[in-house]
Ligand binder design. Structure first.
Ligand code: HEM
Ligand code: FPP
Length: 314
């Protein structure tokens, strides 16, 4: 029953506005986008020895975040029929009806347009163009075509998710460098173990909606082997920042420890599979990437950190 008390009505509408804001926020896949933005920011910091210009740093980060959020919202608009069937995704704002397709579309377009304006006007055209390609790559090419066409969907589609460090790099320097491509390669090779670990314990759900994820089309054992092989490639490529002198010993030591953990999970998953272990591997993959990029950043500033520590101690 609707209240006639203005205080109660105002309180109810405030609560409603808060719930609605929360739903829009969820539409952007905030946790995934946070890590994506972090990798972009690390790309920015690594692109110059030190002293980043404030405008491209702040507005570049905002522009990339808005584009990734827009891409995530478009993905959910186009995927809502499948999302409503799979348990994991059935509580999202569109399947539950807390947001309409029209509301979600307007929101995605506002985010996308704001991103392009910010990047074009205050960052640079190259970053705007590459970000736009990533946005279309994930939200349309992956979501509409690749996802339903081939079990290699996430390998190819992974290029969009791997782009952010390059976008961060170009936001600061205006050009693509080989070091930026190395960061791209790291995320590109990380994506298959990251996703296939999840696909293993969600296999039945993907089979139910007819999405040809690798465990559905090629079976569990083959997927476990692919996870292991991609992890080996990932280990080799994550040594390259040290080999090319982009990063130093601190990074190398951290990377070796993180890699040992990933290899441990990949080998165990291959030898004695359980859904529980696959779940742990998936979680580990996320921590792995976050920590690896944090290491790249700390290592980049090790000289300054060392000096700051010394002056604090003496
Ligand atoms: C094609 C590429 C990718 C695919 C197919 C993929 C797939 C997924 C899926 C299905 C989930 C949902 C798990 C759940 O609902 O609990 C997820 C979670 C996650 N992904 Fe990815 N991912 C990809 C790329 C990335 C990239 C590039 C990043 C970051 C750099 C990333 C970071 C994360 C994070 C942080 C989560 C956890 C979200 C949470 O806790 O709710 N993913 N990924
Ligand atoms: C800079 C820019 C525009 C980057 C866009 C990159 C981006 C947002 C990547 C997201 C990767 C991801 C969560 C894929 C899963 O989609 P899914 O549909 O397979 O997963 P779901 O079933 O959980 O929806």
């Amino acid at each position: 029953m609707k209240s006639d008390n203005p205080a109660i009505t105002a309180k109810t509408s405030r609560r409603h506005a808060r719930t609605l804001a929360r739903e829009y926020y969820e539409l952007t896949k905030p946790r995934v986008v946070s890590l994506i933005v972090f990798t972009a920011v690390v790309g920015m910091f690594l692109s110059v020895p030190s002293g980043l210009p404030a405008v491209p740093l702040l507005l570049g980060t905002l522009g990339i975040a808005l584009a990734a959020g827009s891409a995530a919202a478009i993905n959910q608009i186009l995927d809502q029929r499948f999302d409503s069937i799979m348990t994991r995704t059935s509580f999202r704002p569109l399947p539950t009806g807390t947001l309409t397709t029209r509301e979600a579309l307007i929101f995605a377009l506002i985010l996308g347009t704001a991103s392009m304006l910010i990047l074009t006007l205050w960052v640079n055209t190259l970053t705007a163009v590459l970000t736009f390609i990533s946005l279309i790559g994930y939200s349309i090419i992956y979501t509409v075509y690749l996802k339903h066409a081939t079990p290699q969907n996430i390998v190819i589609g992974g290029a969009a998710g791997a782009a952010p460090p390059v976008l961060g790099w170009t936001a600061i320097t205006g050009e693509v460098a080989s070091d930026a491509l190395l960061l791209f390669l790291i995320i590109f090779l990380w994506t298959p173990p990251h996703f296939w670990a999840l696909a293993l314990y969600r296999e039945k759900e993907y089979a139910k909606v007819g999405i040809p994820m690798l465990p559905v089309t090629h079976g569990r054992k083959f997927t476990q082997l692919q996870i292991l092989l991609y992890t080996v490639l990932l280990v080799a490529v994550t040594i390259m920042p040290f080999a090319t002198r982009m990063s130093g010993w601190l990074y190398l030591m951290g990377a070796v420890i993180l890699n040992a953990g990933f290899l441990y999970y990949a080998v165990r998953l291959y030898r004695d599979y359980s859904d529980e272990l696959a779940r742990k591997t998936f979680r580990y993959s996320i921590n792995y990437l976050a920590l690896l990029f944090a290491l790249l950043l700390v290592d980049h500033y090790r000289v300054y950190i060392h000096e700051a520590l010394q002056s604090a101690l003496y």
